[in-house]
Design a protein around this ligand. Structure first.
Ligand code: NDP
Ligand code: 8X3
Length: 263
C-alpha cells in the first residue's frame, strides 16, 4: 500500500548521497519532491532526471541550511507558490576531519555544529508550525550511529549527532497532542560523498574508509525512509538504527577483503 503518493516532500541535501537517493525513491512513489542544496547544477540535473522518469516537475531551491534568512525566504516562496510540505527530510549534514579536541579546528567545529544541529533546527523551526497548524506532517531527521557511540577523533561530529538524537526526542515530546510525526534514521557506514567531504577531496583517504567492507548504500537508507513515511498515521517510528552487516559498532568492523573469495 502506498500512503504517500500525491504528497509533497522537501529534501535537504538532495545534491548527493542519501538525500539524492531519497529524492529519487520518493519521486518513484509518486511524491512531489522539493530538492534543496547549495550546488544548483546538481539540483537541476536531478530535477530534469526526475521530471523525465516520474513525469512530475520537482521544485528546486538553492540555499544553505545555516542561513536562517535564506531558509525563511525559501519557506515564504513555497507559501507564495502554494506548495504545502507534508514531509521534511532533514538530511543536509557533514563531517570535517578527524582530530582530537585539543588539536581541532575552530572552523571545522563551526561548520559541523552550524550545519548538523543549527541547520536542522532552522528547517524544523520554519516548517513545523505549518505542519502543526494543519495537524499533519512527518519530519525525518538524519542521525547516525555517531549519535550513540563516540569514536576517536570524532568528538565534535559525534556531538552533533548526539544533538540530533536529543532534538528528535525532545521535539517528539513537544509534538505530543498533534498528529505530526518525527523520526530519526540513524545509519552506520554508508558509502556516499561523506568521506570525500570529511577529508576535503582526498580521494585516496576517502576510499580507505570503505576498503574491504560492504557498507550500506544510499538506496538502503532511502528504502528505510520510505518505509517509515509509509507507516499508517497511528505509527510513529521515532528512531531506527541501521548498520551494515559487517559493522556492528564503530569499534566492530569485519574488514575481510570484499570479493577476495571470488578471486
Ligand atoms: P554527502 O556528502 O553525500 O551529502 C551531503 C549532502 O548535504 C549534500 O547534498 C550537501 O549538498 C548537503 N549539505 C551539506 N552542507 C549543507 C549546507 N550547509 N546547506 C545545505 N546543504 C548542505 O553525505 P551523506 O549523503 O552521506 O550525508 C547525508 C546525511 O547523512 C548527513 O546528515 C550525514 O551526517 C548523515 N549520515 C551519513 C552517514 C554516512 O556514512 N555517509 C552515516 C550516518 C549519517 P551541497 O554541498 O550541494 O549543499
Ligand atoms: C557517519 C557515520 O561512523 O563515520 O555518521 O560517524 S560515521
Amino acid at each position: 500500500m502506498n500512503r504517500i503518493r500525491g504528497k509533497t516532500a522537501i529534501v535537504t541535501g538532495a545534491t548527493a548521497g542519501i538525500g539524492e537517493a531519497c529524492a529519487r525513491a520518493l519521486a518513484g512513489m509518486g511524491v512531489r519532491v522539493v530538492l534543496t542544496g547549495r550546488r544548483s547544477d546538481r539540483l537541476e540535473a536531478l530535477a530534469r532526471e526526475i521530471a523525465h522518469t516520474s513525469e512530475m516537475e520537482p521544485v528546486t531551491a538553492v540555499f544553505d541550511v545555516r542561513d536562517r534568512s535564506a531558509v525563511r525566504d525559501f519557506v515564504a516562496r513555497l507559501e507564495r507558490e502554494g506548495v504545502v510540505p507534508d514531509i521534511l527530510i532533514n538530511n543536509a549534514g557533514l563531517a570535517r576531519g578527524l582530530h582530537t579536541v585539543q588539536e581541532g579546528s575552530y572552523e571545522d567545529w563551526d561548520e559541523m555544529i552550524d550545519t548538523n544541529i543549527k541547520g536542522l533546527l532552522n528547517m524544523m523551526r520554519t516548517i513545523l508550525p505549518g505542519m502543526i497548524e494543519r495537524d499533519s506532517g512527518h519530519v525525518v531527521n538524519l542521525g547516525s550511529i555517531a549519535g550513540y557511540v563516540v569514536y576517536p577523533q570524532g568528538a565534535v561530529y559525534c556531538a552533533t549527532k548526539y544533538g540530533v538524537r536529543a532534538i528528535n526526542q525532545g521535539a517528539n515530546i513537544d509534538l505530543l497532542g498533534t498528529r505530526v510525526r518525527m523520526s530519526s534514521i540513524d545509519p552506520g557506514m554508508v558509502e556516499t560523498e561523506f568521506s570525500l567531504v570529511r577529508f576535503r577531496g582526498d580521494e585516496d583517504r576517502a576510499r580507505t574508509v570503505y576498503e574491504g567492507v560492504d557498507p550500506l548504500k544510499a538506496g538502503d537508507i532511502a528504502d528505510a525512509v520510505c518505509y517509515v513515511l509509509n507507516t499508517p498515521p497511528h505509527v510513529n517510528v521515532q528512531q531506527l538504527l541501521i548498520m551494515p552487516t559487517v559493522q556492528r559498532s564503530p569499534y566492530a568492523m569485519d574488514r575481510r577483503a570484499v570479493g577476495a573469495e571470488k578471486e
